[in-house]
Structure formats: C-alpha cells, structure tokens
Design a protein around this ligand. Structure first.
Ligand code: MN
Ligand code: MN
Length: 291
C-alpha cells in the first residue's frame, strides 16, 4: 500500500529528528477481526485533525523534531516482519532517537523491544492490553499477537515487564505465569484503586532506567476505541492512558500503538490513537523541561 501521507508535524529529516515514526501494516496473526494493516495510514490521516499547540504544557508540536519513515513493506510471514521491524527500529535507537511505531497487529511489538541495544540504559516495558498475550504459541505460531508479552518477557526478563489493563486471559496463561511471575495490574484493580495508585504501583515495579510503552488499543474500552480486532468491555478510559503517558514520560525509550483496525468504526479509534501518539511526544518534551 502506498503512503497516503506522513504524520502531522513530522517535518524533520531523519538526522535532525528526536522522534521517529514507523508504520507496520501487518495483521496476518490477527485472531478475530482483521484490518489492523490499515491502522498506520488511518492514524496518520487523523493526526491532521489536531492543533500543533498543546494547551496544558505550552509545547508546540510544529517545533518538535519528528520524522516519519513511512511504512515497512508488506510481508509473507510474521518471522519476516519481525526481522525487518527489528532492523528498522534498531537504527532508530542507534541514532539516539525515540521510535513511535504504529501497527499493525500486536505481533509487531516484540521486535521493537528486541531492537533495543544491549549496552543502552536498562529497559522495562509497560504493556497496556485487555489481553494477557502470554501464550507460548498460538495456532502453531510463536510470533502470533497472542504471544507478544511472552516474547517481550524473554527479551527483558520477568521483572521488567508489567501488563496494565488486562481483563481477558485463558486458564493456560494463568497457569503458565504461576512459575514465570510476570506482574500485571488488571482493569478491575485500576477501577477499584484509581488510575493514579495503579500506575504508581506499576511504575514502582519497573526498576529500570528507561521504559518502553506498548499500547494495544484494546486496553481502552470499546466505547472509546471500538475500531479494533478483539474488543473487550470494562476497559481503561483515554484519560487513563493520557495519565500513564505523562507519568512514564521522563523515562520514555519508545512507544508503539497497535491493533487499530479502522474499518470497525467511523474514525474515532484512529483519531484517539493519533492524539495519544501526539500526547506521548508532548509529555516527553514537557518532562525534559521540568525533570
Ligand atoms: Mn495485544
Ligand atoms: Mn488485546
């Protein structure tokens, strides 16, 4: 698919950029409703809906140094996608920049974490998802979107990943995790204790210098983000995620936004994803001023 446009305010060259956007139009491991391959360009289109000036922080995104690499090519297998994304994102980290990756199904996230350099500051992962994604293999594929937290855990270690917002899990995943011990904060706990306490708890669990955020858009309630492959009720609000981005901003190493499947709503989910990508940049720039 050709690039219809670049992300709004992505006016910097790669060399001068601090934030680098990459689209991965891959959804071959989707298990229910397909279409996340259309996510990256739909999010880009909707990014033009927003003003570049941010009322809360005074940050103006037209001054931010953002580059859009466009989309990766289309792939046959998940393994091919993983190799290619890993390579693309590796060059972003190597140049000292923050990658913002737009999916695609959630299989596109592990290579973004695997690309993180070994000699860089320690990395933890905040994994926002309605689902645990903790199967060792799904339908014979270890690179399925149902296995992504597990692949990430294998890269960063069980102590350095926290799943936030989970509310759908198989008995097999729960049983496996008894011996592995991945931390998670459920959407129900967040509703009970409040987002501030829950996020504080999650960030305290991650003792790493830097944090990578993987946002499966289905972490957010389908009332706000119904344009996704596997919608799951009782989710987070957009404002919860905004707060998470703010709290993690000083330690942000990279971000991905996955599983936007634009044809299942009238554009609200793409607009929300675009706004959240912009929010992550704004909060990171604002954090540099105040921390
Ligand atoms: Mn997921
Ligand atoms: Mn999910």
């Amino acid at each position: 698919m050709p690039n219809l446009t670049t992300f709004a305010d992505a006016n910097a060259s790669f060399d001068e950029a601090e934030f680098v956007i990459l689209g991965v139009p891959f959804d071959r491991t989707t298990s229910f409703r397909p279409g996340a391959r259309f996510g990256p360009d739909s999010i880009r289109q909707h990014s033009f809906n927003f003003e570049s000036y941010d009322l809360e922080t005074g940050v103006d995104l037209s001054d931010a140094k953002i580059h859009d690499l466009g989309n990766t090519e289309e792939f046959g297998s998940a393994e091919e996608m993983v190799r290619s994304v890993r390579e693309e994102v590796r060059s972003v980290y190597a140049a000292g920049k923050i990658p913002l990756v737009l999916g695609g199904d959630h299989a596109c996230s592990p290579p973004c974490v695997e690309a993180y350099p070994e000699n860089a500051p320690s990395l933890g992962v905040l994994y926002l998802d309605a689902h645990m994604d903790f199967r060792d293999s799904y339908l014979g594929d270890r690179r399925s979107h149902g296995c992504s937290s597990r692949r990430i855990l294998e890269k960063v270690g069980a102590r350095n990943i926290v799943v936030l917002g989970v509310r759908s899990v198989s008995r097999e995943e729960v049983d496996d995790n008894r011996s592995i011990g991945m931390s998670f904060v459920t959407a129900h706990e967040i509703a009970k204790e409040g987002i501030a306490a829950a996020v504080g708890r999650a960030l305290n669990m991650l003792k790493t210098e830097r944090i990578y955020i993987s946002l499966d858009i289905d972490a957010i309630d389908p009332a706000y983000a119904g344009g996704t492959g596997t919608p799951e009720p009782f989710g987070l609000t957009p404002r919860d995620v905004k707060f998470i981005f703010d709290q993690a901003a000083p330690r942000l190493a990279g971000l991905d936004i996955m599983e936007v499947s634009p044809h299942y709503d009238n554009g609200n989910t793409s607009a929300l994803a675009a706004r959240l990508a912009r929010e992550a940049i704004v909060r990171q720039l604002a954090a540099r001023k105040t921390h």
